[in-house]
Design a protein around this ligand. Structure first.
Ligand code: F6R
Length: 241
């Protein structure tokens, strides 16, 4: 379940290769995608593999994990903007097959319901990619999110808002709420890969390694998933026993 590599580069190559293999094995795969700094080198590497060895991506479907409430696709810190910058402008999946929660929906609850139904209609993810927050969140499922949750609105913790403040010019601009895929939807993915790199993730990775399955540490749910891999560089794994 745990895979430790020396460098971010090796982590990214391993993860991108798993994505590439999934796309080759099943060109109509349903992919669950994450954003954040951890994924940037993963997507860059995936694009390299696809340039070296072009594969038909026109039948892929993607669902992103989360989006800030209040930020539209044109906002440079929205996850929609991120995905086009880092992947979709280069990877030409038909627009109707690309799904991101709508952070500017008039009624966020209805948008969550529709997103969740779309995921279920596709039969869930074949491969779900995850990062991890310093408080153990996956997607934006903050500690104490029920494991049986589906796509929902979440109030971001102060810790998450501080961590993500690095992307905004002013901490006060960091949204207070987000839409996130639920833990249940993550759990229903056929395969999950969680990626953690850098020393800032060392404490939570050691806690995750040691802990019992508990809603207090959302990522611990992967311990009851039958096909989850946790990939780390040696900095993120530095405090593991
Ligand atoms: C992003 C997401 C989050 C991030 C996590 C780590 O779509 O779902 O759970 O994966 O906050 O972010 P980074 O990679 O920036 O440390």
């Amino acid at each position: 379940m745990y895979k430790i590599f020396n460098t971010v580069d090796e982590v990214s190559r391993y993860t991108a290769q798993r994505l590439f293999d999934q796309i080759c094995a099943k060109p109509e795969a349903i992919l669950g995608l994450a954003t954040g700094s951890t994924m940037e080198p993963v997507y860059a590497q995936l694009m390299q593999y696809l340039e070296q060895d072009p594969v038909d991506v026109s039948r892929l479907t993607t669902f992103n994990l989360d989006e800030y409430i209040g930020l539209g696709p044109e906002h440079s810190q929205s996850y929609c903007y991120y995905m086009y910058q880092h992947l979709f402008n280069q990877l030409h999946i038909p627009g109707e097959r690309v799904h991101l929660p709508d952070g500017t929906a008039e009624n966020a609850e209805i948008a969550c319901q529709a997103y969740s139904e779309a995921i279920q209609a596709m039969g869930g993810m074949d491969l779900q990619l995850l990062g991890i927050g310093t408080n153990g969140h996956i997607g934006f499922n903050e500690p104490q999110t029920p494991f049986d949750s589906r796509t929902h609105v979440i109030e971001l913790t102060e810790q998450t808002r501080i961590d993500n403040g690095r992307f905004f010019t002013d901490q006060r601009e960091v949204p207070t709420h987000a839409i996130t895929m639920g833990i249940q939807e993550i759990l229903e993915a056929k395969e999950v890969i969680l990626v953690a790199t850098g020393s800032k993730k060392a404490e939570i990775m050691a806690e995750l390694y040691r802990c019992e399955v508990s809603e207090a540490l959302p990522a611990s749910v992967l311990k009851i998933h039958s096909n989850a891999t946790i990939v780390m560089d040696k900095e993120a794994a530095a405090l593991l026993p």
